[in-house]
Every structure is written in structure tokens, then in C-alpha cells.
Design a protein around this ligand. Structure first.
Ligand code: 5IU
Length: 259
């Protein structure tokens, strides 16, 4: 099964171009760390990425929290992605009807489709949301990470919802980069990425419902790419901390593929 397959082999079977690129970057840079840059200043984000860019395969953004968002920021973000060889995930969590999501994806202030390699999407509204993203023209190759589970306490996602989400994704193999989840929700397609947020070494939770696991635990649970936000971003020395997470995660993955 996919848990024992090395990333470079999984790249070969990915049907989505972003999943293929991501697996290839992970194998090349020897990192499965994704940093979540939940900062409200564009300068702070760019400065942080200068420091940690070489240690991550993916950068996860929430562009709608940036106070001084502008097109120059997007240009610099893209340049850093090229310089350090990482991909961009906008964690937009689209959740509306297809027509609205198509507009939210490509229009407005953020024009997400022009710079994001992939986006997060809720399965809640039904298949139309995937149909919309599939057909909306984009400046680049694109990918969707579908939310099959969440890390937060008391979330309303049930096992049936998770299963139905996996089934929905099966209809759009070219669009699907993978799933955002806490457990191995499917073993069917080794070309899909399991992205897991809710990871920190310091604390077991925050004050607003976030629940943390350790890096070792989430890799055991099937994570391929692991999202760390405040564990790195809020630390005194983000670069040192990024290296620490990177090393633990890569060691856990190496152990996993050994069986
Ligand atoms: N995020 C989660 N849990 C989820 C999903 C997304 O934490 O189930 I889906 C996002 C929220 C935040 C980041 O942007 O991942 C985690 O940040 P911290 O590591 O700072 O908690």
C-alpha cells in the first residue's frame, strides 16, 4: 500500500500534475514539511519564507488575512516559490455553490487561480464545487485538496461524510491533488497526497479548539505532507524550528517506507 511507497514512486502514478510536482519536490529536497504562514503582514510573510523556504515543499497561505495584500506581494511570493522550489497552497476552504466558487477562485482582489498551485475545498456543497473548479480557467496547472476530516475539536464531519468525500473525489482524478485529513481515509490511489494539519511539538491544543498531534503520530496515520503553523511561525527562531520539524518528519517517513 501507499504507506510503504517512496514519494518518487508515487509521483510516477499521480494523475494530477500538482500532486506529481509535489511528490517530486519532496523527494528532491528531502522534506515533507508544509509551513502555514498565518501572518497578517506581507513583508513578514516574505521575510519568513526567505528563512524557511529551503526546508519546505509547500507553503500554505490564507491571503484574506493579509492587511496589505497587493499584486507585488504575489509576484514576490511566486519568485520565492521558484527560488526555493516549493508550491503554493491557498487554504481558501471553498464551500459555496459551483458558480460562486468559480468566481471566488478566479476573480475579486485575490485572483487565486493566477498564482495558487492548489486550493482547499469542502465537499459539503456537493459535486458541483469540483465541476466548477475543474472548468474555471486558470493561469497554471491546478489542484484541489478536498477536506475529508478536520483537526478541530467537535467538528461535525462524520465517518459517512468522510467516505462520501472520498467517493466524490474519485470522479475527478485529474483535478485531485489529495485530501486534507487526520487519518488514512483511502489507500486506493497512491498518487494522491494526504495533507495533515494540527501538528505541534510544544502543546496538545490551543484555546480555540485546535487539537495537535506529534509529527511522528501523523506520519503513522498516513500523512504525506504535514502542515505546521504556529509551531514554527510563533517560535523565537523559525529557521531552527523548521529544520527540527523537517528532520523529525523525514525520519518518520523514512521509517514508514522501510515498513
Ligand atoms: N487547518 C487546521 N486544521 C484543519 C484544516 C486546516 O488547522 O483541519 I482543513 C489550518 C488552520 C491553520 C493551520 O491555517 O492549518 C494550522 O495552524 P497551526 O499549526 O498554527 O495550528
Amino acid at each position: 500500500n501507499r504507506l510503504n511507497m517512496p514519494y518518487e514512486k508515487r509521483a510516477e502514478v499521480s494523475r494530477n500534475s500538482i500532486a506529481k510536482q509535489l511528490f517530486t519536490i519532496m523527494a528532491t529536497k528531502k522534506t515533507n514539511l508544509c509551513i502555514s504562514v498565518d501572518l497578517t503582514s506581507s513583508i513578514q510573510i516574505l521575510n519568513l519564507l526567505e528563512k524557511v523556504g529551503e526546508h519546505v515543499c509547500l507553503v500554505k497561505t490564507h491571503v484574506d488575512i493579509i492587511e496589505d495584500f497587493n499584486t507585488n506581494f504575489v509576484e514576490q511570493l511566486k519568485q520565492l516559490a521558484t527560488k526555493f522550489n516549493f508550491l503554493l497552497l491557498e487554504d481558501r476552504k471553498f464551500a459555496d455553490i459551483g458558480n460562486t466558487v468559480s468566481l471566488q477562485y478566479s476573480k475579486g482582489v485575490y485572483k487565486i487561480s493566477e498564482w495558487a498551485d492548489c486550493v482547499t475545498v469542502h465537499s459539503l456543497p456537493g459535486e458541483g464545487i469540483l465541476k466548477a473548479l475543474n472548468s474555471t480557467s486558470s493561469d497554471k496547472n491546478k489542484g484541489v485538496l478536498l477536506l475529508a476530516e478536520m483537526s478541530s475539536e467537535g467538528n461535525l464531519i462524520t465517518p459517512d461524510y468522510t467516505k462520501a468525500t472520498v467517493r466524490m473525489a474519485e470522479k475527478y482524478p485529474q483535478l485531485m491533488t489529495g485530501f486534507v485529513c487526520q487519518n488514512a481515509v483511502t489507500f486506493d490511489d497512491p498518487g494522491l497526497v494526504q495533507l495533515t494539519p494540527g501538528v505541534q511539538l510544544e502543546k496538545p491544543k490551543d484555546n480555540l479548539g485546535q487539537v495537535y498531534n506529534t509529527p511522528e503520530k501523523v506520519i503513522e496515520n498516513g500523512a504525506d505532507v504535514v502542515v505546521v503553523g504556529r509551531g514554527i511561525v510563533a517560535s523565537k527562531n523559525p529557521e531552527t524550528e523548521a529544520v527540527l520539524y523537517k528532520n523529525i518528519l523525514w525520519k518518520s517517513y523514512s521509517k514508514r517506507i522501510m515498513g
